[in-house]
Design a protein. Structure first.
Length: 430
């Protein structure tokens, strides 16, 4: 029987049919879904409520006074920054010129430029007339100074007699007052301000400011001089020269320092003499040019007079016409070599006691002892004659000139016996 019974196979748990309760649960879910999808009154879940937005709009943050102040301040700063940016851009640049012209807003940068230009123009105009006046005073100073230098050299010359020295000293005293007036007037102009303050980034110091006004004054003087350039009229030529020479005064710091620092009333005669020469060396006018020529030339009067005095010390009768009767020294020519400078003397000696050589040696020693000469020498010696007629010896002396100036002329100047060589009392004083 057991063999005839059919054996049951094992059942897969996943193939099992759920129990009844579980079936009921599934039906419940289906019923709920069906209810939700239906439009009938038997719906279990109602529609979602709507949010009332008006309630949210009525809600405001809590008011805070510090926060309000910060907001206000921030707003003011933003507006002020924008206004400041526009303002300074319009005032310090040309980017907003259209707005400035439209609203008639003045541009500070342009006003400063215009103001600087006006200040420069007015100061330059003042300097223009002031320096023309300064040149007139310096010309006057050179005029009186030329005479003062002449008389000073006479008063301090070793070859001038006492009467001329006293007269020269008197003239120096008279000229001193004239020199003082012109010098003090020039000094009053020099001490006055030459510049005026300018507002410019390019001008960093007084030196740059001074250069600006020097350049403007020179430009003004040059333009004025050009108006008279090329004219054949004598007055136009004088005007051209006047403006041109005044240009050399503009920016002449050395001259300005010399005049300002010099105490005229405390100067001795020698110091005043030096001051005149220094001023003439720093300015350009007709008188200073003449003075320069005088200083650089050889003073023939001093040289000739010195030769005469040194010769008289050796030959007592040199000044008279006693050469043939008594003998002595006689010069026949003087040759000046300005390139040295040096001078050659040609002549002869005559002695009745055969001491010609001794006389020449004494003459050379006497000339070398002078402050005007140096290195006097004679390279050859020859003698001829007899005791009855006298012994003659030729002279050819070479003398170096010691600090007496350099001749303006470069060619050799010669004075021969056919020319009248002036004696000391006839010599012109330079």
């Amino acid at each position: 029987m057991a063999e005839n019974e059919k054996k049951e196979l094992p059942i897969n748990p996943l193939d099992k049919t759920p129990d009844a309760p579980k079936q009921e649960g599934a039906d419940l879910v289906k019923s709920i879904v069906k209810t939700e999808t239906s439009t009938g009154e038997k719906a279990i879940l109602e529609e979602a409520p709507e949010v009332d937005l008006s309630l949210i709009q009525d809600i405001a943050p809590t008011k805070s006074l510090p926060l309000l102040l910060l907001k206000t301040l921030f707003g003011i700063l933003v507006v002020a920054s924008a206004v400041s940016l526009l303002f300074f851009t319009s005032q310090l640049s040309n980017k907003l010129d259209f707005a400035s012209s439209t609203f008639n807003i003045p541009n500070i940068s342009q006003e400063l430029t215009s103001g600087n230009s006006e200040i420069t123009k007015l100061q330059t105009s003042y300097n223009f007339y002031k320096y023309l006046q300064l040149k007139a005073y310096l010309d006057e100073f050179s005029y009186y100074g030329d005479s003062y230098v002449k008389y000073y050299e006479i008063a301090n010359s070793q070859t001038v007699n006492n009467a001329d020295i006293r007269e020269a000293a008197e003239y120096m005293t008279l000229l001193n007052d004239n020199l003082r007036d012109s010098f003090m007037n020039a000094k009053d102009i020099m001490v006055k301000s030459f510049t005026a303050p300018l507002f410019s980034e390019e001008i960093q110091d007084d030196t740059a400011l001074f250069k600006v006004f020097v350049d403007e004054l020179k430009k003004e003087l040059t333009q004025k001089a050009n108006e008279f350039s090329g004219s054949d009229d004598d007055q136009a030529k004088r005007e051209f020269k006047n403006y041109t020479q005044t240009t050399n005064l503009a920016g002449n710091v050395a001259l300005q320092n010399l005049i300002i620092q010099s105490d005229f009333d405390a100067l001795s005669d020698t110091e005043l003499y030096d001051l005149i020469n220094k001023v003439n060396s720093l300015i350009v006018n007709d008188l200073s040019t003449i003075q320069t020529i005088k200083e650089n030339r050889i003073k023939w009067s001093d040289i000739m007079n010195e030769i005469y005095l040194r010769t008289v010390a050796v030959d007592t009768y040199h000044s008279g016409s006693y050469f043939d009767e008594l003998g002595g020294i006689r010069y026949t020519s003087y040759d000046l070599d300005s390139s040295g400078p040096s001078i050659s003397i040609v002549g002869e000696t005559k002695r009745f006691d055969t001491t010609n050589f001794t006389m020449i040696v004494n003459l050379i020693d006497e000339l070398n002892s002078s402050d005007l000469f140096k290195n006097a020498e004679m390279r050859s010696f020859s003698k001829s004659g007899s005791a009855e007629d006298g012994y003659t010896a030729s002279i050819k002396l070479n003398l170096g000139l010691d600090e007496v100036g350099t001749a303006v002329e470069t060619e050799t100047q010669t004075a021969t016996v056919d020319e009248d060589i002036p004696l000391p009392e006839d010599l012109p004083f330079m």
